[in-house]
Design a protein around this ligand. Structure first.
Ligand SMILES: *[C@@H]1O[C@H](CO)[C@@H](O)[C@H](O)[C@H]1NC(C)=O
Ligand SMILES: *[C@@H]1O[C@H](CO)[C@@H](O)[C@H](O)[C@H]1NC(C)=O
Ligand SMILES: *[C@@H]1O[C@H](CO)[C@@H](O)[C@H](O)[C@H]1NC(C)=O
Ligand SMILES: *[C@@H]1O[C@H](CO)[C@@H](O)[C@H](O)[C@H]1NC(C)=O
Ligand SMILES: *[C@@H]1O[C@H](CO)[C@@H](O)[C@H](O)[C@H]1NC(C)=O
Ligand SMILES: *[C@@H]1O[C@H](CO)[C@@H](O)[C@H](O)[C@H]1NC(C)=O
Ligand SMILES: *[C@@H]1O[C@H](CO)[C@@H](O)[C@H](O)[C@H]1NC(C)=O
Ligand SMILES: *[C@@H]1O[C@H](CO)[C@@H](O)[C@H](O)[C@H]1NC(C)=O
Ligand SMILES: *[C@@H]1O[C@H](CO)[C@@H](O)[C@H](O)[C@H]1NC(C)=O
Ligand SMILES: *[C@@H]1O[C@H](CO)[C@@H](O)[C@H](O)[C@H]1NC(C)=O
Ligand SMILES: *[C@@H]1O[C@H](CO)[C@@H](O)[C@H](O)[C@H]1NC(C)=O
Ligand SMILES: [Cu+2]
Length: 565
């Protein structure tokens, strides 16, 4: 009797423990990382040189978290350069202090200093990435961010057998900061890169690459998830796997309606998750990346490769190259981008703003400004609505939060000063740009405004495709087209049901892109072309999104260790 009762009590206890373990929601964890920014000698293409790294790694360490986690990353700067790090695509709700762009949300972490980026990963899951957001240091200071779905939550696609990160990058044989300095001195674009890379390795089509191949071993008959990140500085890239189609399931950490494709297009700043079935004859297959450039502009056209290697296959077999679209294949680019759709399921709805409170129209222009010290007495510049952004000396968010006057103005115009035939015949008399020697001009946005922004490429100097990145938000890409945006006819064709939701979008060469977002995240949020060469020329601006009605919708107080200028 006694014995029976004890068994009964134990059974009850076990049942209780199990109920607790099932019903308790997965607790958000605190994930801590230490980033030691340090210089390390590395060698590629038969050239050794010191590069800036995080923890001596190139690419840097992966931040691996679960949706809902809190992350604290202590960045200690041992390099000779000022440093700041951006967590690209993380929304940083009310928390611009952890966003990272130097002189926009923070002063840089100076040599010998530390700063802990402290943020929560809320309402996002998928692949993002982190990178330096000062000078051109992101060339080597970058890495993946993998956000797993909440515990007990599955992907909205078949569970892959394994997952791998593929970071696409660009390599210079010379010191990148010296290359940029030289370009600026001449007023010309810096020398183009010497190689593209996959996970820091150019692959066997380059000299001295024996040690610098990335090989991914796979088992036959399985499904693999590839998390592809474009960390290149200036090149939009095509990517393909020989003999294997890919199923696109996610872009910029937002699930998509799956579709099969033999190649993807990925702009700097963007991420793409694809599923690959290893259902081909066991062998070795090249994965390859090469640029897309459909304007008459010189670009590093070299192909980076990595190897998809079936288990047990001799590594002496020469792999086959995939078929990649031609560098100038505009049709492929437009068709591919046109296939991207938000999943828009009950669990992952696309909450597209249907009403617009504020219509913005920004023209993208390249130009030439006087520069007495430069080679031709001129230098290349870039502008939005005829405004070349000038960098401030103190961080804009700090000035905004503390009410410091005189750092910036909020008179950035909602449309260009003079309408013209934006993508008509090449304009010889380019717009002279405004901004030099002045304060940054920003656009002030009331809290929770529904914003529509049309980004219009122009033929000022040259048309070109520009991948635009907005900090602090995802946006919906509701429409895109070639030529001039027509406000009378184009909005009728907008996709307001399942448009792709992302943080970086390519504005087509000589075309336009319309995005919508609800400005419900207060702070100062950078928006810029993600081609580093254009960002450097001033193709950037920022939104000052005002605080909401109460403390719960206002910018958080700054952390104690926020760097000062
Ligand atoms: C890197 O290489 C250079 C030249 O080969 C050498 O002078 C320097 O000491 C090396 N630095 C480190 C950190 O190993
Ligand atoms: C960050 O790391 C540095 C160097 O180890 C240390 O001095 C500093 O106290 C750390 N900061 C925090 C907030 O833990
Ligand atoms: C992150 O979440 C924790 C726990 O809810 C909270 O204490 C902290 O203030 C949050 N941090 C930010 C930057 O929102
Ligand atoms: C891959 O997809 C293309 C269309 O994108 C199709 O023509 C081709 O047959 C597919 N190949 C395989 C092996 O499924
Ligand atoms: C790559 O660019 C170089 C010049 O930058 C050019 O000579 C070469 O023909 C190009 N190759 C291809 C395949 O377009
Ligand atoms: C694209 O480039 C190829 C060769 O590189 C050339 O034959 C073709 O005419 C070009 N197409 C366009 C539309 O410019
Ligand atoms: C600058 O001068 C060089 C040589 O005189 C010329 O080739 C180049 O096109 C010029 N560039 C610009 C932007 O004017
Ligand atoms: C704009 O320029 C294009 C190309 O030159 C021309 O076909 C078009 O008619 C022009 N549009 C207007 C409104 O002038
Ligand atoms: C662009 O800005 C410059 C410098 O302020 C000014 O001279 C020029 O007139 C502006 N262009 C237009 C079209 O307003
Ligand atoms: C923002 O506006 C939307 C749509 O009007 C509304 O549903 C939401 O409650 C507003 N959010 C806040 C914090 O006011
Ligand atoms: C680093 O940043 C500080 C603060 O803005 C600035 O005063 C200093 O000149 C910078 N140092 C270098 C080496 O750029
Ligand atoms: Cu650009």
């Amino acid at each position: 009797m006694k014995r029976g009762g004890s068994i009964f009590r134990w059974a009850i206890r076990l049942l209780f423990i199990c109920l607790v373990c099932i019903s308790t929601p997965a607790k958000a964890a605190l994930k801590k990382y230490h980033f030691n920014v340090q210089v390390k000698n590395v060698s590629r293409l038969c050239h050794a040189k010191p590069i800036v790294t995080v923890n001596g790694m190139y690419p840097g360490p992966t931040i691996y978290v679960r949706e809902g986690d809190r992350v604290q990353i202590n960045v200690t700067n041992h390099a000779q350069y000022n440093m700041s790090i951006h967590w690209h695509g993380l929304k940083q709700y009310r928390n611009g202090w952890a966003d990272g762009p130097a002189y926009v949300t923070q002063c840089p972490v100076q040599t010998g200093q530390s700063y802990t980026y402290d943020f929560n990963v809320t309402g996002q899951r998928g692949t993002l990435w982190w990178h330096a957001h000062i000078l051109w240091l992101r060339a080597t200071v970058h890495g993946a961010i993998v956000i797993m779905p909440k515990d007990g939550t599955s992907y909205p696609f078949p569970q892959p057998y394994q997952e791998h990160n593929l970071i696409l990058g660009e390599w210079w044989n010379d010191d990148v900061e010296e290359v940029v300095k030289q370009g600026n001195k001449l007023g010309l674009p810096p020398t183009m890169s010497d190689a593209h890379t996959i996970n820091g390795k150019p692959g066997p089509l380059f000299p001295c690459s024996e040690k610098y191949n990335y090989a991914m071993e796979v088992e036959p008959g399985k499904t693999y998830l590839l998390r592809i990140i474009n960390a290149a500085l200036n090149d939009e890239l095509f990517f393909a796997v020989a003999g294997h189609n890919m199923t696109v399931v996610e872009i910029d950490a937002v699930y998509t309606k799956p579709f099969s494709t033999d190649a993807i297009l990925i702009a700097p700043g963007q991420t793409t998750n694809v599923l690959v079935r290893t259902n081909r004859a066991p062998g070795r297959y090249f994965m390859a990346a090469r640029p897309f450039m459909d304007a008459p502009i010189a670009v590093d056209n070299r192909t980076a490769t990595a190897i998809l290697q079936y288990k047990g296959v001799a590594s002496t077999i020469t792999p086959a190259l995939p078929h990649l679209p031609l560098q100038n294949d505009t049709a492929f680019a437009l068709t591919y981008d046109g296939k991207l759709r938000s999943l828009n399921s009950p669990r992952f709805p696309a909450n597209v703003p249907l009403e617009v409170d504020r219509h913005l129209f920004y023209t993208i222009g390249l130009g030439v400004d006087p520069c007495p010290a430069c080679l031709n007495g001129t230098k290349l510049v870039a502008s939005l609505n005829n405004i070349t952004f000038v960098m401030p000396q103190v961080a804009l968010l700090q000035a905004h939060y503390s009410g410091l006057k005189g750092v910036y103005t909020t008179d950035f115009p909602d449309r260009p000063p003079t309408p013209f035939n934006y993508t008509g015949a090449p304009l010889t008399a380019n717009l002279r740009t405004a901004g030099e020697g002045r304060r940054p001009r920003l656009s002030k946005v009331a809290f929770n405004t529904s914003v529509e922004l049309v980004l219009q490429d122009t033929n000022l100097l040259s048309v070109e495709s520009h991948p635009f990145h907005l900090h602090g938000y995802n946006f919906f890409v509701v429409g895109t087209g070639v030529g001039n945006f027509d406000p009378a006819r184009d909005p009728a064709r907008f996709n307001l049901v399942d448009p792709p939701e992302r943080n970086t979008v390519g504005v087509p060469t000589g075309g336009w892109t319309a995005i919508r977002f609800r400005a419900d995240n207060p702070g100062v949020w950078f928006m810029h072309c993600h081609l580093e060469v254009h960002t450097g020329w001033g193709l950037k601006t920022a939104f000052v999104v005002e605080d909401g009605p109460d403390q719960d919708h206002a910018v958080l107080p700054p952390p104690k260790d926020l760097p000062l200028c």
